[in-house]
Design a protein around this ligand. Structure first.
Ligand code: HEC
Length: 143
C-alpha cells in the first residue's frame, strides 16, 4: 500500500465515521426536541384546563333567565358598544330589520351564532333560556 493510498483510505474512513455520527445524533436531537415540546405542552395544559374549568361568572349568569343580568355579563361587551359591528342595544334603526325576522330567528342566531355573532355570545355555558331572555331584553330595549 502506498502512502497516497493509505491517506485516501483514512479519509474515506473518517467520512464514513462522520456520516455515522450524523445519522446517530440527528434522531436523538429530534427526539430531544419532541421531549422539550411535550414538556412545554404539559406545562401549559393545566393552565388552559383551569381557565376553561372555572367560569363562575358564566355559571351565575346561566342559572336563571335574568335577561338584564345575562345581557350585562355576556352581551354588553359587543351590543353595548357596537364592537365587532354588533347592533347596539337601543339603536332602533339597527334592530328594525332584525326584529322583523321574528323572535324564533333571533333566538336561533343568538344561540347558534350568526356571521359575526358568536354562538351564545361566545359563552357556551349559558343556557338557551338565559340567551333567549337576554335577546328579549335587548329587543325590548331596541324597539
Ligand atoms: C363578540 C361580540 C358579540 C357578543 C359578545 C354578542 N354578540 Fe350578538 N351579535 C354580534 C354581531 C357582530 C352581530 C351582528 C351579526 C350580523 O348580522 O352580521 C350580532 C347579532 C346579534 C343578534 C341579531 C341576529 C340577527 O339575526 O340579526 C342577536 C339577537 C344577538 N346578537 C344576541 C346576542 C346575545 C343574546 C348576546 C349575549 C348572550 C350576544 N348577542 C353577544 C356580536 C356579539
Amino acid at each position: 500500500m502506498s502512502l497516497e493510498q493509505g491517506r485516501k483510505g483514512l479519509k474515506m474512513l473518517l467520512a464514513a465515521v462522520a456520516g455515522l455520527v450524523v445519522v446517530a445524533v440527528l434522531p436523538a436531537q429530534v427526539a430531544a426536541d419532541a421531549m422539550v415540546e411535550k414538556s412545554i405542552i404539559d406545562r401549559i395544559k393545566p393552565i388552559g384546563e383551569v381557565n376553561v374549568g372555572s367560569a363562575p361568572v358564566a355559571k351565575a349568569a346561566s342559572s336563571g333567565a335574568d335577561g338584564k343580568g345575562t345581557y350585562t355579563s355576556a352581551c354588553f361587551a359587543c351590543h353595548g358598544t357596537g364592537a365587532a359591528g354588533a347592533p347596539k342595544m337601543g339603536d332602533k334603526a339597527a334592530w328594525k330589520a332584525r326584529i322583523a325576522q321574528g323572535e324564533a330567528t333571533l333566538f336561533d342566531h343568538a344561540i347558534n351564532g350568526f356571521k359575526g355573532m358568536p354562538a351564545k355570545g361566545g359563552n357556551a355555558s349559558l343556557s338557551d333560556d338565559a340567551v333567549k331572555a337576554a335577546v328579549k331584553y335587548m329587543v325590548d330595549g331596541s324597539k
